[in-house]
Design a protein around this ligand. Sequence first.
Ligand SMILES: Cc1cc2nc3c(=O)[nH]c(=O)nc-3n(C[C@H](O)[C@H](O)[C@H](O)COP(=O)(O)OP(=O)(O)OC[C@H]3O[C@@H](n4cnc5c(N)ncnc54)[C@H](O)[C@@H]3O)c2cc1C
Length: 504
Amino acid sequence: MTLPFLRRQFLLGASSLTVGASILARGLSAAEANTYDMIIVGGGTSGLPAATFASQRGARVLVLEVADVVGGTLYLSTGQMSAAGTKLQKSLGIVDTPQKHFDDVMRISRGTVDQDLVRLDVENAADTFDWLTDNGLKPLPDHPIKGFGHEFYYERRYAWGPQGGLSILDVVKPIFEAEAKKGKITLKLETRARELLMRDGKVIGVRAEDSAGKTTDYLGRNVVLASGGYQMNPALVQELLGYPQHAAPAYPMSRGDGLQMALAAGGYARGKQNYLTGIGRVLASDDEPSVPLVQFNVYPERRKPWEIYVNAHGKRWVREDDEGIDQRERELMKQPDLRFWIVFDQAIFDAASSGFIDWSKEQVAKAFTKEAMFKKANTIRELAVAAGVDPAGLEATIAAYNKAVATKKDPDFGREHMPLPIAKPPFYIVRQQGYNVTSCVGIGVDKSLRVTRKDGSAIAGLYASGEILGSGQLMGNATEGGMMVTPALTFGRLLGQRIVPVKA
Ligand SMILES: Cc1cc2nc3c(=O)[nH]c(=O)nc-3n(C[C@H](O)[C@H](O)[C@H](O)COP(=O)(O)OP(=O)(O)OC[C@H]3O[C@@H](n4cnc5c(N)ncnc54)[C@H](O)[C@@H]3O)c2cc1C
């Protein structure tokens, strides 16, 4: 992934500097400590509304942003939001409530979310969504819908603009810039927060480093960590989840800086037990991590599968035409390296539409001549060897599948859509890697978004918002549409508008 606006190499490279918390040795006067009412680490999805609304309330705000632009993950995000009771729903006669939204999240997540955070989101999401639409966001014509790519809600509350996250940024950024012109917001770009400054157990500021390597201490009465997730920090993914990070799918600055600073200040990480892999994509290479190359359509409601999916043992592991999305992800959790291979033959290639999203069949054919994950061979055994899959396992699986096609009965998984056997050479195989675009483990907070210690006591002066809270809390052990972007925007808005105190 190349993001043209991230020009400076130092931003993309690993750094030897640490992030953490430091105790200020010298005494500070009250005036010094009150330079800003709110220091926001990260000018992204959550940080921009936090700064905007805080400034509107008269707060003096400092935004520290490591990139040379604001916006964060909104540059990449699909920007799919969910909110109940919006003006858009009302205009369409859709009767929806935060309670129904909450119940749906509980149903899909099987009760594994942090209920306080989900309540805070669903009860305030409509105001956030209305703020966006009042200021120009135009959702797609048939929106809101019940679902897309994840388990469906029972109500139509899921919506986004034609350009996904950019459609949100196109609204949020000009409002932020207009507010900043009024003089209450100081924005420091290319400035990476490194440490929380603490005195007597209270957070009183942030130590940050600019692009020239100069370190400055910024003092403020409250600090909001809105620095996003850690999916671009493979070492941290491994440490927090116990899984290697094979893919590099997120915003380059999502390195977990804020999470590490909050941990160093006494906070605690939570949510690992809720880890659920996304179904993933075909990666460009075996580099670790590698950029995603193309997505295969594993959604039977959009394209019924002609292929079979096998694991490293050459065995099928899921009913390919089962529409349960979370169920497929749960099964993938059991497969070695969260990997599977899509297998088909020439007859299927000729008869079926392209299963690779946004790729024509010509592009797919070309991929087999040059892309690392695409292999082709004249026998099943050669195919398995080329892909690194167990050959005997794959031969046995294909023989069993072909019998199922002939008898129209799949005794192993009960699959119904089996149009053709896998029998006509050449044979094709493509490796697919499970991974996530968002971070599961997050920093522990209370219902006012104050970062807490494990015993529940709040670390004075420290708040967190956005992906730093972790999908494990916001979505639990599942994926509910819009439950990352919407809370990021909403919690940022609430922190700025009313949660963070601006007067001493
Ligand atoms: C490809 C993709 C698609 C997605 N699609 C959806 C979707 O459709 N629906 C949904 O709900 N969620 C989706 N998500 C997730 C969602 O977009 C994010 O969780 C959310 O945007 C994160 O918001 P944030 O404010 O926490 O982080 P960000 O928007 O990433 O903002 C964090 C900011 O902090 C800055 N920063 C980081 N470290 C530092 C530091 N040390 N000092 C200073 N600044 C720092 C970053 O540069 C960035 O600007 C998607 C994510 C991805 C990657």
